[in-house]
Design a protein around this ligand. Structure first.
Ligand SMILES: Cc1cc2nc3c(=O)[nH]c(=O)nc-3n(C[C@H](O)[C@H](O)[C@H](O)COP(=O)(O)OP(=O)(O)OC[C@H]3O[C@@H](n4cnc5c(N)ncnc54)[C@H](O)[C@@H]3O)c2cc1C
Length: 432
């Protein structure tokens, strides 16, 4: 136990917890929580720190799940796995592959912990895939009293549903049971396209491909389309081409472009056009989990909203027109993805198939005007913000967006009446 300076991935949130602890068992987690509660301290669990919001921030007790990691059990017959919640997604899927199994979908990166990823409803893209939380079939939750609750659809079903996206406000999830699928190989095709034509065909593409998404380069009509589909064809890795597109273009060169934009934001439109001009088209074939996630070494801040899928195209058109009219200084591409609806109380995709639109701004560049304008548009379409990404909503607005808001709050109050798991950000978010 020691004083520890903590910062999230983008550097936007920093704190110095009074105690930074790395428990190695559920019993240790329970003892830490009991001690903190007895001393009137608050507790925040943290995974990989990849959220942009102040969810994990604390000056009291921060519980890192980094030492609660690894696969405990795999059942190849039922295709289920039991893993510690601190396990990183990339590591988990590497190990699962050896058993011929895989998670059915992943987000844009795979550096998150399982507990942290489900904590905010992290998702990838694909009309038939819900967020990662929908792949969880059971979990252990250590609550404010130090009790370890085993939860699933059969055991403590109400707590289970609420815990599937719970921002670490119901307790610390120490392990999860996951529903898996047989390991699959994907063909990943990247193409360059035109904005309006892509929007018109986007729903059809989403229906016709396992995973489809596109990125709009702001101040241009150029998009990059990504199509992933299952295949039995032999792996095709193009080591050099992959290095050129993933490392050189999308990270190293994009980092140089980004620094030029930061030193002179009026360069953004020209730099976005330059990046769009150099987009490459290529195909790769590899294990699904290796292709679903990408490398992101250029740091940014991000906002994302989940909108009813039928309004995605309209909102995207409006956003593009607004950026151009206002001359917003942004060069980072805007991401457009599909996520299947679910029935998890605090899931941004609750009750509706959704299109998720993400705005990014290079680290150190002002983002407020851009994100405020985007948020105004997304809110007109009943959008719900990603919990781990920047937004301005508080309890009053959020309560109207979530039909099971009160139900979640009553579960939280029952499990943690004294607010052991709340910091000031969460109090405002949940309305305490
Ligand atoms: C480069 C980058 C790319 C991203 N891409 C995507 C994407 O494609 N799709 C998407 O949806 N999101 C994406 N995100 C957002 C990210 O997936 C989420 O913010 C996610 O929650 C981060 O996981 P983490 O392990 O870092 O969790 P943290 O940020 O550390 O924690 C997130 C929340 O979960 C809670 N928590 C963590 N562990 C536990 C636990 N064991 N028990 C209970 N609560 C816990 C924390 O208290 C906090 O409230 C991206 C973020 C970055 C930086």
């Amino acid at each position: 136990m020691s004083k520890h300076y903590w910062t999230n991935w983008s550097g936007s949130v920093q704190c110095t917890p009074g105690r930074y602890v790395l428990p190695k068992s559920t019993e240790e987690v329970a003892a830490i929580i009991r001690d903190a509660a007895r001393e009137g301290k608050t507790v925040r669990p943290v995974g990989s720190g990849h959220s942009f919001t102040e969810l994990a921030k604390t000056n009291d007790v921060m519980i890192s799940l980094d030492h609660l990691k690894g696969l405990m059990e795999v059942d190849t017959r039922t295709r289920e796995a039991h893993a510690w919640a601190g396990t990183k997604l990339w590591k988990l899927n590497d190990v699962l592959e050896r058993y011929g199994l895989s998670m059915e979908n992943l987000g844009d990166i795979n550096r998150q912990s399982i507990g942290g990823a489900i904590g905010t409803g992290t998702h990838g893209t694909g009309l038939t895939f819900g967020s990662l939380s929908t792949q969880v079939i059971g979990l252990t939750l250590v609550t404010a009293s130090g009790e370890a609750l085993e939860c699933s659809a059969e055991q403590e079903p109400e707590v289970f549903k609420a815990a599937l996206v719970s921002l670490g406000t119901l307790g610390v999830i120490t392990d999860v049971r996951l529903r898996l699928v047989p390991a699959y190989r994907l063909s990943y095709v990247r193409k360059k396209g035109e904005f309006e034509e892509t929007l018109e065909k986007a729903d059809a593409y989403a229906h016709a491909n396992r995973n489809f998404e596109f990125y709009l380069f702001p101040h241009t009509d150029t998009v990059q389309l990504k199509f992933l589909n299952e295949t039995d064809a032999a792996p095709m890795r193009h080591t050099m081409r992959k290095w050129y597109t993933d490392t050189l273009l999308e990270n190293t060169a994009f980092g140089v472009i980004s620094r030029r934009c930061r030193s002179k934001p009026s360069r953004c439109p020209a730099m976005s056009k330059l990046a769009a001009r150099h987009l490459t088209e290529c195909e790769e074939i590899d294990s699904g989990h290796r292709l679903l996630s990408t490398k992101r070494s250029v740091k940014f801040n991000e906002m994302e909203y989940a909108l009813p899928a039928e309004h995605g195209a309209e909102a995207m058109r409006e956003l593009k027109a607004w950026i151009e009219k206002q001359g917003i200084a942004v060069h980072f591409p805007i991401e457009f993805r599909y996520v299947k609806g679910d029935d998890i109380p605090l899931s941004p995709c609750y009750g509706r198939d959704s299109v998720c639109i993400s705005l990014h701004m290079f680290q150190g560049m002002p983002y407020q005007d851009y994100f405020d304008g985007g948020e105004r548009i997304f809110r007109r379409y009943d959008g719900r913000p990603h919990w781990g990404k920047l937004h301005s909503l508080k309890a009053k607005e959020l309560a109207k967006l979530y039909p099971e808001w009160d139900k979640f709050k009553s579960v939280r109050k029952r499990l943690d009446p004294k607010g052991v798991f709340l910091n000031s950000y969460l109090k405002a978010l949940l309305g305490m």
